[in-house]
Design a protein. Structure first.
Length: 366
């Protein structure tokens, strides 16, 4: 069984004629399958190791690898029993989680953890310490001790000035003691990522999502653990507004609703089947769009290399350097056009517009 690193290096193929096959190369018969980047779950809540105390579940990260996920981004580590909420405690927890997952590559999955949750008493120097320790994420603003948007915005500016990516919780309250968060909070806090706009678990309305797209530069995220009907409708309006480059996907697991090893595949399938986007676009919101958000050059199959992917066969042990589509195909394969569109989505300048009227979704109490 090849390791994740060996499989990742498979994408480093060069022009077919220049391909140098290392003697220890792993031979994989792709059998005509589409080559895509590993899936990136933009919303997980890890704690330590491949264990979540939220569901007393061992091996959830390994199970998600089975669902194609090779990279995860923490939205905070709130499930640690006795999670500290004092400034020193939250800072130490974030640094420890970051250092732990950076060193322990569980089942080969890269978990970007150490997403500090904002608490009263944090000062700008704390963000110097977090950045110096390698922490690059701020967990869901709004689910911890900072619920006032002005206070959150002050800390978010400190974090973003140090290159950290900030997420806000949106929708209904998922934890006792927090409040409903909508576009007004997002507009004031100005995060990089608007978390689970289709609910975690109560969705924003479509009008709320349209306001976020219009009034902020934040990405909008759809998740498995939300309202799937609203997921489809939200994908539809993001598409119609020409903002698909700002759409990313996650699971929001582990959570009260459990862990979903194939959750990212279900989000992609729901986005395509209910949101009216094609399969390459659904792949892009779970791969290249997420990488782009985090300034990661990976997460896509470079278009200039797509012609160099070779078909391999175990039977002969030799590389077959046939161009796409393989000559054995009875009909031309749609693969080249699909691969050229898998990756990330470019902003379509001039296509942004507001829908004249958007209805649907759940209304929230004032
Ligand atoms: Zn949340």
């Amino acid at each position: 069984m090849p390791s994740w690193r060996q499989m990742a290096s498979f994408t480093d193929v060069d022009r077919a004629g220049d391909l140098v096959i290392p003697p220890d190369a792993v031979t994989i018969d792709a059998a005509g399958a589409t080559v895509v980047s590993g899936i990136r779950d933009n919303h997980v809540h890890p704690v330590f190791g491949d264990f979540t105390p939220r569901q007393n579940t061992v091996g959830w990260i390994d199970a998600c690898l089975h669902g194609g996920v090779t990279t995860m981004y923490s939205a905070g580590e709130p499930h640690l029993p006795g999670r500290p909420s004092d400034p020193t405690g939250v800072k130490v927890l974030a640094i420890l989680a970051h250092r732990s997952f950076a060193k322990a590559r569980l089942s080969g999955v890269k978990v970007h953890a150490g997403a500090v949750l904002l608490e009263q008493g944090l000062v700008e120097a704390d963000f110097d310490d977090l950045a110096a320790a390698g922490c690059r994420l701020v967990g869901e603003a709004g689910i911890s001790g900072i619920t006032n948007p002005a206070d959150a915005a002050r800390m978010v500016r400190w974090a973003q000035a140090r290159g950290m990516k900030v997420m806000v919780h949106t929708g209904g309250a998922s934890i006792p003691g927090i409040s409903v968060i909508g576009p007004d909070f997002v507009a004031e806090v100005r995060p990089d990522i608007t978390g689970h706009v289709n609910g975690g678990s109560t969705s924003l309305s479509l009008s709320d999502v349209a306001r976020i797209l219009d009034e902020s530069d934040a990405c909008v995220k759809i998740v498995h653990n939300g309202n799937i009907t609203m997921l489809g409708k939200i994908v539809g309006i993001v598409h119609e507004l020409g903002e698909l480059d700002r759409l990313v996907a996650g699971t929001d697991c582990p959570a009260g609703s459990g862990v979903q090893p194939l959750g990212m595949l279900r989000v992609m399938a729901s986005a395509a089947s209910l949101g009216g986007i094609d399969c390459p676009t659904a792949m892009a919101i779970a791969t290249g769009n997420v990488a782009q958000l985090h300034d990661d050059p990976n997460g896509r199959i470079p278009s200039e290399r797509r012609q160099t992917c070779s078909s391999w066969t175990r039977r002969s042990g030799h590389r077959r350097t046939q161009p796409w589509p393989p000559s054995r195909s009875p009909t031309p394969s749609p693969l080249p056009s699909l691969l050229s569109r898998v990756g990330w989505l470019s902003p379509k300048a001039g296509t942004r517009r507001r829908l004249p009227e958007i209805s649907g979704g759940l209304t929230r109490p004032p």
